[in-house]
Design a binder for this molecule. Structure first.
Ligand code: C5P
Length: 404
């Protein structure tokens, strides 16, 4: 779990989005974090401390003068073991308080007395968000090294539409995971292909495969967490786009090839081909739906080989660092190595065992010039993280983020 052993102080301030903070506690726990909730008095008008106490299995603190902490130093004690303080939702009032270092309640004092990072997820009406005083306070927070998460744009509780609503709890957790991840690919530009391709036979029928896209999406997400700018070229899949990743949706192998070459063109550093690309396309695809009674017999399909996207990118004049994936059923290391050489790539990742399609976990073996290295069996997210570390180790030092 990506927030394993992380202890988060969740500060809940007074805004209607406070109801979402209850779900946020659950999401943080699902990701492995422990959560200590501290509320402002205003927040208790929206959700009671009992709700958070039940969800977090810890006493909830509101009052600066709470004597449940023996030395009466709740403002010091509560943040000492924290890896981060996360304020969600952060009201305009509380942002103003933070920007000025005010300590007139427990949460404000806790933030001023902290030794850990502070992350803030604003939640307010669009007019409040664009108010010059709020803008000034937000700018001050950024200058003070506070990390702003969102806000999002969309429907607001007041019935208006615009910028200011709190990021959804899963998106906040995603940002937190990225915040803690080592920035091994900071300043790097990465292109990832993922999912199956779809080769049309006629407007309603086609040839595809059982790739779910999960491994490729996990790789894109891990690259993003590591600080890279990521472009994901995805075949047909219903998976949601990982936060902060640019996505191009394609159908056929040719479209995937064009999209991948386009995405690689302006200075891509790393190309990771995870997609299960169809080897052949149908050259006599019909523009109209094939009808049984019109054809009279079984249709004859003609095929032509698809471009090998990975090989094409690896053969570019100034190629990015290329990583291929392979599903080999036998003699993994030997067949993998010959595939690696044939495609002209420095690193090939072999799926151990053929049945990984659609599953949440996988087992991988790395094959490069030095030989093989097993990554073991784990979730696709965990393997993606390990793979990112391996790639980062092979391409050398991360470039400074402002050096590109
Ligand atoms: O040759 P094979 O399909 O086993 O190679 C698998 C690797 O090559 C994967 O990384 C896959 O994404 C890539 N590939 C490609 N274009 C193709 C076929 C495979 O990029 N037409």
């Amino acid at each position: 779990m990506e927030l394993n052993k992380r202890h988060i102080v969740l500060g809940v301030t007074g805004g209607i989005a406070a109801y979402k903070a209850a779900e946020l506690v659950r999401e943080l726990q699902r990701a492995g974090a422990t959560v200590q909730v501290v509320m402002t008095r205003a927040a208790t008008h929206f959700v009671t401390p009992v709700t958070f106490q039940a969800l977090s299995a810890r006493p909830v603190f509101v009052d600066q003068w709470d004597d449940r902490i023996g030395n009466n130093m709740a403002h010091i004690e509560l943040s000492r073991s924290a890896d981060a303080i996360l304020i969600a939702p952060a009201s305009a009032d509380f942002i103003g308080k933070l920007a000025n270092g005010l300590c007139d309640d427990l949460l404000g004092t806790l933030c001023v007395a902290r030794e850990c990072p502070l992350l803030v997820a604003p939640a307010m009406n669009r007019q409040m968000w664009s108010n010059p005083a709020v803008e000034r306070n937000v700018a001050q927070l950024r200058q003070d090294g506070v990390t702003l998460l969102g806000p999002d744009s969309g429907d607001q509780a007041c019935g208006e539409i615009g910028l200011g609503r709190m990021l959804e709890p899963p998106a906040i957790v995603e940002e937190l995971v990225a915040f803690f991840a080592p920035r091994l690919l900071a300043g790097r530009r990465v292109v990832v292909t993922a999912g199956p391709t779809y080769e049309a036979i006629d407007p309603v029928r086609g040839i595809t495969n059982r790739s779910s896209g999960k491994m490729g999406f996990a790789v894109a997400r891990a690259c993003r967490h590591a600080g890279a700018e990521v472009h994901l070229v995805a075949g047909p899949t219903a998976l949601p786009t990982p936060a902060g990743v640019t996505r191009s949706d394609v159908q056929s192998a040719r479209e995937m090839c064009d999209a991948a070459l386009g995405a690689c063109a302006p200075g891509c550093d790393i190309f990771i081909a995870v997609a299960a690309v169809a080897d052949w396309q149908v050259t006599n695809a019909s523009a109209r739906k094939l009808k049984k009674d019109e054809i009279g017999s079984t249709p004859e399909l003609a095929f032509a080989e698809n471009p090998d996207i990975l090989q094409t990118v690896a053969g570019l004049p100034n190629p990015p660092y290329c990583v291929g994936f392979a599903a080999e059923s036998e003699d993994l290391a030997r067949n993998g190595e010959s595939k690696r050489r044939r495609k002209g790539v420095p690193l090939l990742v072999a799926n151990i065992g053929h049945e990984t399609f659609g599953l949440d976990d996988n087992e991988l073996l790395l094959i490069d010039e030095q030989g093989t290295k097993p990554l073991g069996r784990a979730s696709k997210d965990e393997l993606a993280r390990l793979l990112v570390a391996e790639i980062a180790g092979r391409i050398g030092q991360p470039v400074a983020e402002d050096a590109k």
